[in-house]
Each structure stands twice: as structure tokens, then as C-alpha cells.
Design a protein around this ligand. Structure first.
Ligand code: CU
Length: 322
């Protein structure tokens, strides 16, 4: 009998030692716990009221997934760890766990797979009562809460980003609208401009100045006024049948001292003579000051060309000698 007790004690020690050895200290509290029958007079009712209690510890907490090792450490008796409640002397097992009868030194392992608060008792001594509290794993809970927080933060960030994007989109749309409006304004202006654009070019021709006009549209009725030294040297009303339609001769040459100022005034767009049907803007379209730079060079080139032809002709003339 003594041998058996010693053996049992060794088994118990081995189990406890094994638990201690295999369990990291940080997780020892809740992933694996040990409950023993208390060192008390368990054979008599009322042990639960004593400071020592009936089970040690009397209330045990473990996390879900943890293993509870229930050991009968009472040399004097056999006991059980049976989940359920006791009303007076009537015990009701709830079936969560039941060690069955444990001899001294015997152990029963229960894996706490369900969260909750479980009363348990000894079937042989119903006054022996304890509580096993199985909590949701803190780590998991914390991790989940952290994950939830992270997700909420991410959601917030996403919402903020979405808001920012929407704001940016709105801004872009506003900008686009503004740009479109600007383009439309520009187009309108261009349309108005396009109705009456005139390009004025001039060239010195035969002691005078030829003014060429190129309109942006056909059928422009206009007046051309040329002024030099405060005198009106040309004033003509004309009609541009084609866009590239008109040239006017001025019997004067512009110079730095006496430039010619040319002014084109629109009288309206429409068939010549039908003044009442003319449309489009009227008034000044363009003005240009004619200075003789290009004209002078052209005249010089013309003069050089004429001289060259004469010279070549003279040289190449073959005079037969007899
Ligand atoms: Cu018992």
C-alpha cells in the first residue's frame, strides 16, 4: 500500500513537473491549470465554507482550449470532479466533464472547449463544490479587438481616401467645367474673330505700294483707308468675293519718316450692293503700318536681276568677224 502511494505520488509529481516543463511561463496561468482536492476534511459537509475549501483552488479560471488537470490528492478518500450543480444533497450533472472516481494520485484531464462558468462537485461528497471558469482566450480576444480596430482604422482611412478622391474628382470636374467654359469663351471669341480676320501684306511695286488683303471669310464688304503724313492717300470701299480676295495699289511708298498707315474697316458681310442684308461685325478689323524695308530690298533684287540679264546678254552676243 505504501509502495502504491509512493508510486502514485511520483506519477503526480511527474505530471506536475511535466506541465511545468512543457508549458511556457507566460501561458501557464490559463492554458493549463491544475486542480486538486483540498487538504481538508472532505469527508464531512462544510469544507466548502472553510478557508481551505474542498478543491484547490476553489475557483479556477482557464482560457478556451486550455487543459485542466484534476487530481485527487487526498490520501484518505476517493473523489470525483463532476460538472453540474448541487441543490441540498441532490446533485445534477450537466455533462460538461466528469472525471469519474479518482483514487488518490489519479488525475483526469479536461480540455476546456466551451466558454462559460461551470460548477462542479464530488459525486461521493456533494458538499465538495468548485467552480471552473472558462474564458474566451484573451490573446485571441485582444488580437481580434486589435484586428477590429485595425480594420476600423483602415476603413476610416479608406473612407477618408474616398472622400479625398471625391473632392479631387469634384475639383477636377470643376476645373474641367471651368476649362470647358474657357474653351467655349475662346471658341466664341475665335468664332467672332474668325468671322473677320484680315491679313495685310504689302510690297513695293513700281514706285507704289501694293497692299494685299486675306480675309478669314468670304463676302466681306470693307473700306480700306491709307494715311501718310496725316493725309488720306487712299480710301476705297470694296468687296472681297473670296477669302484671298483683294489687293489695292497706293501711289506712295512708306518710309521711316513717312510710314503709311493702313486701316481696314468692316462694313458687313454679304453680297455686294445688298447693304441691308449684310451681317457680321462692323468697324475696324485691322491696321498695319507699312515701312519700306521689304519693298526696298525687292526693288534692289529686281534691279540687280535686270542688270545681270543685260550683262550676260551683252557678253554672250557673238559678233562674227570676217
Ligand atoms: Cu469526494
Amino acid at each position: 500500500m505504501k509502495t502504491k502511494a509512493i508510486c502514485s505520488f511520483f506519477v503526480l509529481f511527474a505530471i506536475v513537473a511535466g506541465i511545468g516543463a512543457t508549458t511556457p511561463a507566460a501561458f501557464a496561468d490559463h492554458t493549463e491549470v491544475a486542480i486538486e482536492t483540498a487538504d481538508n476534511d472532505l469527508a464531512a459537509p462544510g469544507c466548502v465554507e472553510t478557508e481551505v475549501g474542498c478543491y484547490t483552488p476553489n475557483t479556477t479560471t482557464i482560457e478556451v482550449g486550455g487543459v485542466v488537470t484534476m487530481t485527487n490528492a487526498d490520501e484518505a478518500g476517493i473523489h470525483t470532479f463532476t460538472s453540474g450543480t448541487v441543490d441540498g444533497f441532490a446533485a445534477t450533472a450537466d455533462g460538461t466533464f466528469d472525471s469519474g472516481i479518482l483514487q488518490f494520485g489519479d488525475s483526469f484531464e479536461y480540455t476546456a472547449d466551451t466558454a462559460g462558468e461551470f460548477d462542479y462537485y464530488c459525486m461521493l461528497h456533494v458538499w465538495m463544490q468548485g467552480v471552473l471558469i472558462v474564458e474566451e482566450e484573451h490573446m485571441e480576444e485582444e488580437t481580434m479587438m486589435e484586428e477590429e480596430e485595425t480594420m476600423m482604422e483602415e476603413e476610416e482611412t479608406m473612407m477618408e481616401e474616398e472622400e479625398t478622391m471625391m473632392e479631387e474628382e469634384e475639383t477636377m470636374m470643376e476645373e474641367e467645367t471651368m476649362m470647358e467654359e474657357e474653351v467655349m469663351e475662346e471658341e466664341t471669341m475665335m468664332e467672332e474673330d474668325a468671322e473677320l480676320m484680315v491679313t495685310i501684306t504689302d510690297s513695293a511695286v513700281e514706285g507704289g505700294t501694293q497692299v494685299n488683303l486675306e480675309f478669314s471669310t468670304i463676302h466681306v464688304n470693307y473700306e480700306i483707308i491709307a494715311m501718310q503724313n496725316g493725309e488720306e492717300i487712299l480710301k476705297e470701299a470694296a468687296h472681297a468675293m473670296e477669302m484671298t480676295g483683294a489687293s489695292h495699289m497706293i501711289n506712295a511708298v512708306g518710309s521711316d519718316e513717312s510710314p503709311i498707315d493702313i486701316e481696314i474697316v468692316s462694313l458687313g458681310i454679304g453680297p455686294p450692293g445688298a447693304n441691308q442684308d449684310w451681317t457680321g461685325p462692323t468697324g475696324m478689323v485691322a491696321e498695319k503700318q507699312v515701312v519700306p524695308e521689304f519693298g526696298t530690298i525687292a526693288m534692289m533684287i529686281l534691279a540687280v536681276a535686270i542688270i545681270s540679264i543685260v550683262a550676260v546678254t551683252a557678253k554672250s552676243r557673238v559678233v562674227p568677224r570676217f
